[in-house]
Design a protein around this ligand. Structure first.
Ligand code: PML
Length: 298
């Protein structure tokens, strides 16, 4: 009974806070307006563009401060002012799984063509087939980036996410205060202690902790952000500068799943199981691809 009461208290004191800011853009073809002005007023077309997002798992006493921080972040993002901000504050009702952060390093890379070659090599040594790598490149070069990640079978290259527009949303992750401080310190020694890197490391660490996932590749859909990453338990979080040229709006995420995996249970873990990072690992500087390939983490 005592144990049950204790368990209940650590579960109900935690909150998952998620923020998503977006903006509606009118995408009406101007040519149509000149040809038929009525058409535009009757059928204006809009598409929603993603401005920013954030999430974490926090204690009761942090909720109002974090909601305030997320609101300020949403309103002041370099990608522009949103017209919709959704902040969800949801009680964590399951016990969180505690994991280590992935070790971080930056690949020596200075062009998108080198990046492509390095991605192929790193994915291939992670057990991803050529056809699956091809599928991933197709997804990452879609004109309109998917909202979430594509789930690609590591052998056959089949896409198995149930909804190809929405994709899979890695969610319900956070970092403990101590691990957060330690990660910041390690990242700052390499001059990369900023929210973008930190949040990407936290998300990638949760994804890599899913037993059915072999690797992840990510290219930001932010046209001004040209560093992407490949991550896995085996090689850690490998940042790839110049993965695309500045101004390119393409991007997205691909999770490579074992061919024989239980897809629904993997999706359930990625989207719904709360995971907290409670230890940061080594962050090293820039290194060549062969050094990363020769360095196994597990
Ligand atoms: C994003 O949030 O847009 C993805 C950023 C990925 C790379 C972060 C880094 O510089 O390590």
């Amino acid at each position: 009974m005592v144990q049950a009461a204790w368990l209940c208290s650590i579960i109900s004191d935690m909150w998952n806070i998620r923020m998503r800011a977006s903006k509606k853009l009118r995408t009406q073809n101007l040519k149509l307006k000149s040809e038929n002005p009525k058409l535009e007023t009757r059928n204006p077309k809009y598409s929603e563009i993603h401005i920013s997002g954030a999430e974490g798992i926090y204690e009761d006493n942090e909720v109002s401060e974090i909601v305030g921080d997320y609101t300020v972040r949403a309103l002041n993002h370099p990608r522009g002012r949103p017209d919709k901000i959704i902040i969800t504050v949801e009680e964590v009702t399951q016990r969180s799984k505690m994991i280590d952060a992935l070790p971080v390093c930056t690949l020596k890379c200075s062009s998108p063509s080198d990046a492509k070659e390095f991605i192929e090599r790193l994915l291939s040594v992670s057990g991803i087939s050529g056809v699956a790598i091809k599928t991933a490149f197709k997804v990452l070069s879609l004109k309109q980036a998917m909202r979430g990640a594509s789930l690609v079978c590591a052998g056959s290259g089949r896409r198995v996410e149930p909804d190809r527009e929405r994709g899979i949303r890695a969610s319900r992750f956070g970092i403990s205060g101590e691990a957060d401080k330690s990660l910041s310190l390690r990242l700052s020694r390499n001059g990369i202690n900023n929210i973008t890197v930190k949040e990407a490391v936290i998300l990638a660490s949760k994804v890599a902790s899913c037993k059915q996932i072999l690797a992840e590749v990510c290219i930001s859909d932010d046209p001004d952000y040209t560093t992407g990453y490949i991550s896995s338990i085996k090689y850690g979080y490998v940042r790839i500068p110049d993965i695309k040229i500045k101004g390119d709006r393409k991007g997205g995420r691909v999770f490579f799943i074992k061919e024989d995996a239980d897809i629904n249970s993997a999706i359930n873990f990625l989207e719904r199981t709360p995971v907290i990072i409670n230890r940061a690992k080594a962050c090293s500087g820039t290194c060549p691809v062969y050094e990363i390939i020769n360095r196994y983490h597990k």
